[in-house]
Design a protein around this ligand. Structure first.
Ligand SMILES: Nc1ncnc2c1ncn2[C@@H]1O[C@H](COP(=O)(O)OP(=O)(O)OP(=O)(O)O)[C@@H](O)[C@H]1O
Length: 223
């Protein structure tokens, strides 16, 4: 589905310039569940942002299906993201003044091709939040809010779901339920890349990408 070739990314100017990604080479296949592990500052989020089309100032080649993403200007990157990518973050990022249903509809409205969307009740059932349509985020636990944010991310059936520390703010029990949901989404065909510090999450991955100091230092296949 996607190929990264010799990706290099640096921040800062002059002597303060530091490499954040060093010669990253990676292939991700359709249907894979990939976990990126590594210490703080090792470049995990930056790599996820390259994959998600949020970065445009880097060296190297990035192919997603037939498209050469590294050559795209910002307007085309927006189109690429809308068409292909769903994002989930540690902080849920739900709008507090909107209901669960309205928050999820934002995911539909940002969709590129709206023909093949889930309907709202299907989605809520899929993420284990049936009947919560009219609730507001403040009425939900952290785990429930994360389910809603996952529903919003997958509403448009993205080709790729990216999650940055999706369980970072959750206790162990709630984290493991979110992991079950992510596993279920992968089982129905969603390609997923997760950045995390959580070793438990690593167990459900098809492949573990281990990073350190901006480099991929190991790739482990889980059989
Ligand atoms: N916009 C930016 N400007 C300057 N430096 C940045 C920027 N974004 C990230 N960095 C630096 O790049 C390095 C890698 O950051 P990144 O967020 O990718 O690491 P990470 O592995 O995701 O870390 P964490 O687990 O703490 O989130 C860090 O040293 C960080 O300070």
């Amino acid at each position: 589905m996607l190929t990264l070739k010799q990706i290099n990314k640096a921040y800062g100017l002059g002597e303060a310039r530091a490499n954040v990604l060093n010669d990253i080479n990676l292939n991700i296949k359709q249907g894979e569940l990939i976990v990126i592990l590594g210490p703080s500052g090792s470049g995990k989020t930056t790599l996820l942002n390259v994959i998600g089309g949020l970065e445009f100032d880097y060296k190297g080649k990035y192919f997603f299906k037939e498209e050469e993403i590294n050559r795209m200007r910002e307007s085309r990157l927006i189109e690429f993201r809308r068409k292909n990518i769903g994002f989930v973050y540690q902080g849920y990022n739900l709008l507090p003044s909107l209901t669960v249903e309205e928050n999820i509809k934002l995911g539909y409205n940002l969709a590129w091709d709206k023909k093949d969307n889930y309907n709202i009740d299907e989605l809520l059932e899929l993420v284990g939040m049936k009947g919560y349509n009219k609730k507001y985020p403040f009425q939900l636990s952290g785990g429930e809010q994360q389910r809603v944010s996952i529903a919003r991310a997958i509403a448009k059936k993205p080709n790729l779901l990216l999650a940055d520390e999706p369980t970072g703010a959750l206790d162990d029990k709630t984290s493991s339920k979110i992991m079950d949901l992510i596993k279920k989404l992968n089982d129905i065909g969603t390609t997923i890349v997760i950045v995390t510090h959580n070793n438990e999450i690593a167990k459900i991955a098809d492949r573990l990408i281990k990073m350190n100091s901006g480099k991929i230092v190991d790739i482990v296949e889980n059989k």
